[in-house]
Design a binder for this molecule. Structure first.
Ligand SMILES: NC(=O)c1ccc[n+]([C@@H]2O[C@H](COP(=O)([O-])OP(=O)(O)OC[C@H]3O[C@@H](n4cnc5c(N)ncnc54)[C@H](OP(=O)(O)O)[C@@H]3O)[C@@H](O)[C@H]2O)c1
Length: 299
């Protein structure tokens, strides 16, 4: 999809977390008139102090008169709670406006809210993102969209403020299904990378040197480039939280049960993440899988 120069418009951003805070900032820096809402008001105040714009005390108030309402919250029920009901965004949106959901949630909630939006004369796009905290801060996220082609085309020039790639995958729900493919890949890649690092350590190898060499060959990956050295050093206090990954893998496994797909590796890695949570690592980065493996040489 070609993304042109966006006209300056009125937008809202709901959910100023690790991802939403910098994404909303890019919209403000691109010159759009941004109103933010965050459940914890202090974060919205801090955002307005830093980037200007306005804050609202409900999703409904934030959405008032906006052309696009961006949302990036936690899971399906969090999304429903900021979109539906008397204080939800849908109640404040003008006819023809679009709710653009950047949360990673299920295809079920995407289809449910797409249908509800149509009933109300609104638009809904499922638009989960990949690229992590760094991608959000640098405005280079990858966005995979499900929904109406003309609506996605129209909104893409605005969303381009925080993205380097925005692609329509198919009808409503397809963006979330593509994000599930993304998370299935990440689970397998991180487990493989963890085992390679642990194996190399037990064999007494210089891991930074090994990673430098193999990252340039067929085993190279974003995870190896961005996380290999921090995994080696045992640093996990950043990035994409294990709690969120378990939510995502749960969505993948549920979807697989519906479509008849087999996800043996995903189910196994999900159990490993559950063990990381048991050990207190729920907010650690997903690369913390390596903490479950022995790295000491056999005596
Ligand atoms: N972090 C990443 O690297 C990454 C990458 C790709 C996709 N994602 C996805 O993006 C979404 C957000 O992730 P994040 O890392 O930004 O999470 P986060 O830092 O935990 O932020 C979550 C945001 O959602 C709000 N929220 C949660 N539940 C809510 C509710 N019931 N009502 C109102 N607001 C609610 C939180 O408000 P409070 O401030 O009041 O808690 C906060 O603003 C998740 O679906 C995640 O899976 C994250």
């Amino acid at each position: 999809m070609t993304v042109g120069q966006a006209p300056k418009i009125k937008v809202a951003f709901i959910g100023l977390g690790v991802m939403g805070y910098p994404m909303a900032a890019h919209l403000a820096k691109a010159g759009h008139d941004v109103t933010v809402y965050n459940r914890t008001t202090s974060k919205a105040k801090k955002w307005v102090d830093e980037f200007g714009g306005k804050m609202a005390l409900s999703p409904r108030a934030a959405a008032y008169d906006c052309d696009i309402v961006f949302v990036c919250v936690g899971n399906d029920n969090d999304l429903r709670s900021v979109v539906l009901g008397e204080t939800g965004a849908f109640a404040g949106m003008k006819p023809g406006a679009t709710l653009w959901d950047d949360t990673t949630d299920s295809a079920i909630v995407a289809n449910e809210l797409y249908a509800k939006a149509k009933e109300l004369g609104l638009n809904f796009v499922d638009a989960p993102v990949s690229g992590g905290q760094a991608g959000a801060e640098n405005g280079v996220l990858t966005v995979m969209c499900g929904g109406d082609e003309d609506v996605i085309e129209k909104c893409s020039s605005v969303a381009a403020a925080f993205a380097c790639s925005i692609k329509r995958i198919g009808p409503s729900g397809s963006g979330q299904l593509a994000k599930m493919c993304n998370q299935i890949c990440i689970a397998g890649i991180l487990q493989g990378l963890s085992e390679a690092i642990a194996f190399g350590k037990t064999a007494g190898l210089n891991i930074p040197l090994v990673l430098d060499v193999i990252s340039k060959g067929a085993a190279g990956s974003w995870q190896m480039q961005a996380r290999g050295l921090t995994m080696e050093a045992g640093k996990f206090d950043f990035g994409f939280a294990v709690d969120w990954m378990r939510k995502d893998l749960g969505i993948c496994l549920e979807q697989a049960r519906k479509t008849g797909a087999n996800l043996p590796m995903t189910a196994l890695v999900d159990q490993f993440y559950s063990e990381v949570q048991n050990r207190g690592g729920g907010r650690w980065d997903t690369s913390s899988l390596v903490t479950l493996l022995n790295t000491e040489p056999k005596k």
